[in-house]
Design a protein around this ligand. Sequence first.
Ligand SMILES: [Fe+2]
Length: 599
Amino acid sequence: MIIVGLNAYHGDVSAALVRDGQLIAAIEEERFRRIKHCAGFPHLALAECLRMAGVTSSDVDLFAVSRDPRAHLWRKALYLLRHRPRGTVGDRARNVLKIRSLPNTIAASLDLDPSRVRRRTVTVEHHPAHLASAAYVSPFNSAAVCAIDGFGDFVSTSWGVLDGTRIGVRGRVYFPHSLGMLYLAVTQYLGFPKYGDEFKVMGLAPYGEPSFTRELGSLVHVGDNGGFELDLSYFKHWSEGVSMTWDDGEPTIGTVFTPKLEALLGPARRPSDPLTARHEALAASLQTVFEDAAMKVLNHVQRSTGRTRLCYAGGCAMNSVANGKIRSRTGFTDVFIQPASGDNGTALGAAFEAWHRHSKAPRAFVMEHGYWGPDFSDAQIAATLDGAHAEIQASGCVRRELPDEQAVAEWTARQIADGRVIGWFQGRMEWGARALGNRSILADPRRADMREIINTRIKFRERFRPFAPSILEEAVQEYFIDGVIDPFMLHVYPIRPEKRALVPAITHVDGSGRLQTVSRRSNPLYWTLINAFRTITGVPMLLNTSFNENEPIVLTPAEALDCFLRTSMDVIVLGRHVLERAPVAAAGGAPGVRAGGVS
Ligand SMILES: [Fe+2]
């Protein structure tokens, strides 16, 4: 049975294909459209999932859509009657119409008969899709499940239990109360207006002292039953016309906070204003208030379900700093979060929810790695490089081909140890927001200057943004306090104090690191590379950041080559093919790293 899950007309639209209970392919539309968090309908992701699975559109048995406009209808109606919100009704009604006509859109996209698609389309409410996205691909048979996000189908938080192939929902928090909305409001206030900017505030938080927790704590009240309420006088998403666009392209959300927030905290920061200690303190305070609220919810989930394992999802489960504290601040002993825990993951969840509704088979899939996108053959890579011959020659790069994967790992490890910045393009593309060693920029974590070099010369992003390490699975305890196996880079843990000076480029200002563990089993080439670096340097980790420059992660060899040529990376390794910039004597920069920004 072939099921395609779809997240459409929301942020991070995506597709996932499940065959007989096994995940075959999953990818976000942004990777094709080259627009971050791309909304609309995932035409290209859908087509690519079919291609990766080697099936045609008429082979698909079910299309599972991760929205259900009929969910919680009486609550929505009651809310509209009571509050008569201005302006938002039209936007929402248009979005609902698009969701309702999804079978027609799918049919048009795949050139299928609309009535046939209608018969084969099932809807899975947004939050159950989040819960399923974690629970049904987790290694657990029995666990608590929880999703915390902005909103979807009128719900912002839900929890329950997983028992085998069944998820029972036990609690929900409804619109307009939302921890995601709390984080979004203060993120906007701090001058980060783009969709998905919350992670920048999370990265800024460790620079400040949480001296505004009393003020920001007044924005949310958390009860003892897992529920919480926002002080709605600080928010306008529930009453006024906050514009939200989920059409083709980048999603946008208008300002969601009211002037009362500025009365409480002072004037909001404009995006062009400098970041001050006050902004750092506000970011730290927001992170503290969010963590306290989330832990209260999760503690309730743990106690009320009696389970010690947690499957966690929703946009707020991308808060890796909070995630790293779940085991120490709640009764949960094991936490599973899959790499696309934001709305992209609802395509995956909808597909698995549909599978378990229609099949009596026991679960037979655990997500052990995040490589569910397309790959490119050696011949395709070679053809890309041949086609760009003139450009490559003009850039002064030397092209070579290494004999096998062992040689690729050993040669690249030596380059990294010598201080060079590597574009690393291998195998299937990552699913989710993080590069996990197949579309990555890699560098030496021992070099204190590497963060500045990559942030300002290669990625052209804020100086305060931290970098994460990929560490051999076997060495986690040696470097991290309380660190556990996480192949998806979704938990931040303290680095052991005695190790921090050894790896300054991946040690955040508070001594923490957002680690990715790499196993020999799930990514043998990447493991071999890091192991070769350990042989040379004694350090079992690399600095790993996504292969991109203010764009979605590169998907194709051509995009990787283009990113390499327009930035100051020293080397690109695509499969066995290598392009190497001629070494430049350190002219004011670090040895081995080209000076001068964009080439
Ligand atoms: Fe969501």
